[in-house]
Ligand binder design. Structure first.
Ligand code: F0G
Length: 482
């Protein structure tokens, strides 16, 4: 029997994948709220060519040429398909150096949906992180947050701060089914404040969703309580809003009292508990480049507006072309629609459901932007210093030309004080789903490749790092197979 026949028999036994959230009975499927108008051909190179490409890339998927990749699940950042309306908006770019009309469209969209008064554009998220970190951190201060993100923590450290993780313990456990694994542990935070003194805290760094724990959300109840705690101690609360549309979806789905509220309403309420936000518009805002900062406080805004002209560009373009700002403004309106987010997260879940049915170890519950394979359980015979997640990303590429990303010990980097590897409990390989780009058939192909790599796991050996850059080493490190 062909493997296709076997697969369809197997599928018949197990029944349809439940892709209609909350409707497990019968088949009433949702579908993407768009159709395809322009396509980009894909090509897959043969096994021998993949072996050569991976060797030349030092077994680091960041160093592959995209032409050598078949399905690209490296990241959901800047990889979205833009709509006809966004492209039409790009034609309305006002490329004036100062006061471009597109800046005012962006400002209006951010004010309307995120609710902050002042907006500063930046070239992407880390440009915004740089400005907010240097504006708000005094050397020696602490920055507590709900799990680190690579670029965010590095900018906090470069500004003289030290990041302190106060996320709930469940966030570090890939098997915990806690519905809000992005929540802050308020007791951990309060004891940090009491031990160190509120003056030593630069601000609270809150991310919704939490990328490194698997795209896990923060609940409304938690942000509300966090706001109250910050108020008691006079601490500013700043939000990494990069994937807040997705975070709002999980609140709508899981938190009592929000089932009948729109994503837009939930977002406004959530942001209302914070003092400001930074944003990589390359994710939720559906563009290929861009970012922004937004705050309520007048004097903080004045400072940020002054800093942006040093590093990014004038405060009405921040390193972006006018057309880019228009695309973000339109992207915000499109990205915040309930049906858009349901289809986006639905596609991620479709892939997660297949892998779960095949008993492949992934982070549960499935989060917003990606499937995170649990490389510790995938390769229990590999010590963390043999880079199991990096190895897994390499093996998936060799199997099918599908590109994923390491999110484990390589991404965690070294402790700046001791120089040792940081050893995160989570050793993950991320299959990140770009927005509006791939079809359900692509997801089937991905799942089947992961299954093939899983079936061959016992014979897999690890990697050795042969070159290590100083900052954000995962982007450029080189490896060799053992
Ligand atoms: N914050 C979060 C939560 C992110 O995921 C990213 C980027 C940034 C900030 C930085 O934004 O890339 O526009 O400078 N994450 C990408 C990823 C790179 O693949 O997860 P940026």
């Amino acid at each position: 029997m062909s493997s296709r026949e076997e697969r369809s028999e197997e599928a018949a036994r197990q029944g349809p994948v439940p892709r209609t959230m909350g409707q497990q009975f019968g088949r009433r499927s949702w579908a993407e709220p768009w159709r395809i108008k322009m396509v980009e051909p894909l090509r897959v190179i043969d096994r021998e060519a993949r072996e050569r490409a991976l060797r030349e890339a030092g077994y680091n998927t960041f160093l592959l040429r995209s032409d050598d990749v078949y399905i690209d699940l490296l990241t959901d950042s800047g990889t979205s398909a833009m709509s006809d309306r966004q492209w039409a908006g790009m034609m309305l770019g006002d490329e004036a150096y100062a006061g471009s009309r597109n800046f005012y469209s962006l400002e209006e969209a951010v004010r309307k949906h995120y609710g902050y008064r002042h907006v500063v554009p930046t070239h992407q998220g880390r440009g915004a992180e740089h400005l907010i970190s240097t504006a708000c951190i005094q050397p020696g201060q602490l920055v507590p947050g709900n799990m680190y993100f690579t670029t965010t923590r590095l900018h906090q450290e470069l500004a003289g701060g030290r990041f302190v993780d106060v996320v709930i313990d469940e966030a570090h456990d890939p098997e915990s089914l806690h519905p809000f694994k992005g929540d802050v542990d308020l007791e951990k935070l309060e004891s940090l404040i009491l031990r160190e003194g509120a003056d030593r805290i630069a601000y609270f760094s809150l991310a919704g969703t939490v990328n490194m724990s698997g795209g896990q959300p923060v609940s409304m109840a938690n942000v509300k309580a966090l706001r109250a705690l910050c108020d008691r101690h006079g601490i500013r609360l700043l939000l990494d809003a990069t994937r807040m549309f997705e975070n709002a979806f999980f609140i709508q789905e899981r938190e009592e009292g929000y089932a009948n509220r729109s994503i837009a309403e939930i977002l406004r309420e959530f942001c209302g508990y914070t003092d400001g936000a930074w944003m990589s518009a390359k994710k939720d805002n559906l563009v290929n480049i861009g970012g922004w900062l937004a705050v309520d406080d007048d004097s903080l805004f004045e400072d940020l507006r002054n800093r942006v002209v040093i590093y990014e560009g004038l405060h009405t373009y921040g390193g972006l072309a006018g057309r880019d700002m228009e695309a973000i403004a339109v992207g915000i309106e499109e990205g915040i629609q309930d049906d858009q987010i349901r289809a986006r997260i639905g596609q991620v879940r479709y892939l997660g459901d297949l892998l779960t049915r095949w008993e492949i170890p992934i982070v549960q519950p499935v989060g917003g932007h990606a499937i995170f394979l649990d490389a510790r359980r995938f390769y229990p015979h590999l010590d963390q210093t043999l880079f199991p997640s990096q190895t897994l990303a390499a093996e998936i590429y060799l199997d099918s030309g599908i590109r994923s990303m390491e999110r484990g010990i390589v991404s965690a980097g070294r402790d700046p004080e001791t120089g040792d590897h940081r050893r995160p409990r989570l050793e993950l390989t991320r299959l990140t789903i770009p927005r509006r780009v791939y079809t359900q058939a692509h997801m089937d192909v991905v799942a089947e490749s992961v299954k093939a790599v899983y079936d061959a796991r016992a014979s897999t050996r690890g990697l050795r790092m042969v070159y290590e850059p100083k900052y954000l080493r995962f982007f450029q490190a080189l490896f060799e197979p053992l």
